[in-house]
Design a protein around this ligand. Structure first.
Ligand code: NDP
Length: 297
C-alpha cells in the first residue's frame, strides 16, 4: 500500500485545538464567549448521537452550548418562533437545526429562517449564493473539512484536476465550489455520468460523496492522486458484524493513490471540528473582530 494516509482524527484534533486557543483569547481580551445553539426535533437515534457529540465538543473548546430538544410533533410555527428567538439572542453566534426534520416540517423554510450570519451549517440560500459567487459566506462543514485536508496535503490546489462524485447540496455542490475557488479544474459526476471510471481516472483529486459502499475502486484512480472519501456506510461483514466503510474501496485505492482518507477516521471527524470553526468565525464576524487564520475557506 503506497498511499499516505490523511489522518482526519488527528487533523480534527488540531483544528479543535486552534479553535480552543482562539476562544481563550476572545474570553481574555474581549470578554466574549462564542455560543452554539443546536435544535433537535424528534428522537431519531442517529441525530441524538450527533447532537450529543456536538454539544460535548462545543463545551470542550470553551464555547457555550445551548441544546433545544423539541417533541417530534412540534409545529412549524413553534419551531420558527424558537429560531427567531435564537436569531435575536446575542449570546448565540451559531444555530444548527439537526436534519432530517420530521416530514411535516419544511426543511428549506426552516433553514432559510435562520439568520445567515448564524447559519453555521452553511445551508441558508444566502450562504449558498455567496459561496457560488466567491463571496465571504458560512461554508458547509463537511466540504470545508475536506478542503482543509487538501490544502494541508497539497499546499496549493491551483490547476489540479478535481472530480467530485456526487452532487448533493450538502456535500457535492459546495465541495465543487470550494475547489473551483482554489482554482482547480472541477468536474462534478453523478448517477447519470457516462463512463464514470474514465472520468475519475482524469483526477488529481477525487472526492467521493455518493453513499454507495466501496463503489470507487483502485482501477479508477490515477496513480498518485489524492482520494478524499466522504462516504459513511454501514455494511455487514463476513463475520456477521457491522462495520463502517466509505464510498471508496480503501485497500485497492490505497495501492494506487498518493494520499487517501480512511473511513472511519478521515473526513468524518472533520465535520464537527469545522462546525466549531464556523461558530468561532461567526462570533468574530458578529463582533467585528479578525477571523481566525486557516479555519475558513
Ligand atoms: P446524497 O444521497 O444526497 O447524494 C449522493 C450523490 O451521489 C447524488 O448526487 C447521486 O447522483 C450520486 N450517486 C449515487 N449513485 C451514484 C452512482 N452509482 N454513480 C455516480 N454517482 C452516484 O448523499 P450525500 O451527499 O448527503 O452523502 C454522500 C455520502 O457522504 C453518504 O455516504 C453520507 O453518509 C456521507 N456523508 C458524510 C458526512 C461526514 O461527516 N463525513 C457528512 C455528509 C454525508 P444523482 O444526483 O444523480 O442522484
Amino acid at each position: 500500500m503506497g498511499a499516505t494516509v490523511i489522518n482526519g482524527k488527528e487533523f480534527a484534533a488540531s483544528v479543535r485545538e486552534k479553535v480552543a486557543e482562539h476562544v481563550t483569547r476572545l474570553k481574555e481580551d474581549n470578554n466574549i464567549t462564542p455560543g452554539l445553539a443546536v435544535v433537535l426535533v424528534g428522537e431519531d437515534p442517529a441525530s441524538q448521537v450527533y447532537v450529543r457529540s456536538k454539544g460535548k465538543q462545543t463545551v470542550e473548546v470553551g464555547m457555550n452550548s445551548y441544546e433545544h430538544k423539541l417533541e417530534a410533533d412540534t409545529s412549524e410555527e413553534d419551531l420558527l418562533a424558537l429560531i427567531a428567538q435564537l436569531n435575536n439572542d446575542p449570546a448565540v453566534h451559531g444555530i444548527l437545526v439537526q436534519l432530517p426534520l420530521p416530514d411535516h416540517l419544511d426543511s428549506d423554510l426552516v433553514i432559510n429562517a435562520i439568520d445567515p450570519a448564524k447559519d453555521v451549517d452553511g445551508f441558508h440560500i444566502s450562504n449558498v449564493g455567496l459561496l457560488g459567487t466567491g463571496q465571504k459566506s458560512m461554508v458547509p462543514c463537511t466540504p470545508l473539512g475536506c478542503l482543509m485536508m487538501l490544502r494541508d496535503h497539497h499546499g496549493s490546489l491551483s490547476g489540479l484536476n478535481a472530480v467530485v462524485v456526487g452532487r448533493s447540496n450538502i456535500v457535492g455542490k459546495p465541495m465543487a465550489q470550494l475547489l473551483l475557488g482554489d482554482s482547480c479544474t472541477v468536474t462534478i459526476a453523478h448517477s447519470r455520468t457516462k463512463d464514470l471510471p474514465s472520468v475519475v481516472r482524469q483526477a488529481d483529486i477525487v472526492v467521493a460523496a455518493v453513499g454507495r459502499p466501496e463503489m470507487v475502486i483502485g482501477d479508477w484512480i490515477k496513480p498518485g492522486a489524492t482520494v478524499i472519501d466522504v462516504g459513511i456506510n454501514r455494511i455487514e461483514a463476513a463475520d456477521g458484524k457491522n462495520r463502517l466503510v466509505g464510498d471508496c474501496h480503501y485497500e485497492s485505492c490505497a495501492e494506487v493513490a498518493g494520499a487517501i482518507t480512511p473511513v472511519p477516521g478521515g473526513v468524518g471527524p472533520m465535520t464537527i471540528a469545522c462546525l466549531l470553526a464556523n461558530t468561532l468565525t461567526a462570533c468574530c464576524r458578529a463582533n467585528g473582530l479578525p477571523e481566525p487564520d486557516g479555519l475558513t475557506a
